[in-house]
Design a protein around this ligand. Structure first.
Ligand SMILES: Cc1ncc(COP(=O)(O)O)c(C=O)c1O
Length: 365
């Protein structure tokens, strides 16, 4: 009789063992969602129409990314080979890092910034060189510049940055790019629509520049998972080798052209958020709470030691906000997504009540 095999639990790679699992707090979000920087209303009605017309038969086919990449590229003034669609910008980051970062390479980035850069880098074997911003959270241009080394293989900049909402200037970005000609220079423009500043116009003209955009924020399609990378044909060719051919599903591909076409909807949503942001900033100022000047659809405010209680009380008042205290240099700071003016008036009322209850800001006197 054959002996029963001894069962051994297979161990993952050492790098994976050292990784932390990322648990975004997605449970119980039946309230005003000002915690994930999503669109707080809906996607374009033109997208809804296309979704309603999708046939069961069309779902039997594998999705074809190429033709939609050509549509998006034309909108951006680029060639189809220069654009890669991805399953959200998160996948774009993952694939870009897997393509270019190797053991011994360095990934240079400012801190605090979007958490997924360090998480994806940790599986690659590259060393993360993180440059901490000062208390004002301004882009640490000089210190990033000094941290460039011959091993710098990739520089990742979210512009505007998350969680601060602050931006790096075009001149600063181009200077860093010039000083690291051996590195992929990655600019994550997830919040571009709320800010208007971009380096997309330089894609293809500069051999190392790669730009990401998402459809999760202004377009309101976070659930469909759609993002893109735009870069020189040669770099995008390597990225395509690593990317799964079907990672962008057919529903997402069908919805992308109508989302792009409905510029009236996008313009409405962005202008609503910008108006709401100014009003909400005024409310935060009137409450005597410190804030950072944001160019995105969220703002970071200083709550201090009672940050966890603040977030809980806001939740009890029906408004979800995000404690950023565990981000480096952000202890006591809370990020609030900006929605419509109507939503933000409710949020401001909840903010004032909560601050009063906790005796924070001008309520502290
Ligand atoms: C800077 C930045 N990049 C990328 C993402 C993720 O975008 P996506 O939903 O397209 O994966 C976020 C989401 O919060 C972000 O803040």
């Amino acid at each position: 009789m054959a002996e029963a095999p001894i069962s051994l639990t297979p161990a993952p790679r050492a790098r994976v063992q050292a990784m932390q699992e990322y648990h975004p707090p997605l449970g119980g979000r039946d309230a005003m969602r000002l915690d994930f920087n999503e669109n707080t209303v809906a996607c374009s009605p033109k997208v809804r129409e296309v979704l309603a017309q999708i046939s069961a038969g069309s779902l039997t086919r594998y999705p074809e990314r190429g033709p939609v990449e050509a549509v998006v590229a034309a909108r951006l003034g680029l060639r189809a080979e220069q654009v890669v669609l991805t399953n959200g910008v998160d996948e774009a980051i993952h694939v870009l890092f897997e393509t270019f970062l190797d053991t011994g390479d360095e990934l240079l980035l400012p801190r605090p910034t979007y958490a997924m850069y360090e998480i994806y880098a940790s599986a690659t074997g590259a060393r993360v060189i993180a440059v901490q911003a000062g208390d004002d959270l301004q882009f640490p241009f000089e210190r990033l510049s000094s941290a460039i080394s011959p091993r710098t293989k990739l520089i990742a900049i979210a512009n505007p940055n998350n969680p601060s909402g602050l931006i790096a200037t075009r001149a600063q970005l181009l200077e860093l790019l010039r000083r690291a000609p051996q590195a992929v220079f990655f600019v994550d423009e997830a919040y571009f629509h709320f800010c208007g500043e971009t380096v997309m116009d330089l894609v293809g003209a500069l051999p190392n520049l790669v730009v990401a955009r998402t459809f999760s924020k202004a377009y309101g399609l976070a659930g469909l998972r759609l993002g893109l990378l735009a870069g020189p044909t040669e770099l995008m060719r390597w990225v395509r080798r690593v990317l799964s051919p079907y990672s962008v599903n057919s529903l997402a591909l069908a919805c992308l052209p109508p989302a792009l076409d409905d510029t009236a909807y996008l313009d409405w949503y962005v202008s609503e958020v910008l108006a709401a942001r100014s009003e909400f900033e005024a409310a935060v100022d009137a409450a005597g709470v410190r804030r950072w000047p944001s160019r995105a659809n969220f703002i970071l405010i200083e709550i201090g030691a009672r940050h966890a209680e603040f977030v809980q009380r806001m939740r009890a008042a029906g408004v979800l906000v995000r404690d950023r205290s565990s981000d480096p240099g952000c202890d006591g700071r809370v990020r609030i997504t900006i929605g419509t003016r109507e939503q933000m008036r409710q949020a401001a009322a909840a903010l004032n009540e909560t601050l009063a209850a906790l005796r924070i800001g001008s309520e502290a006197q």
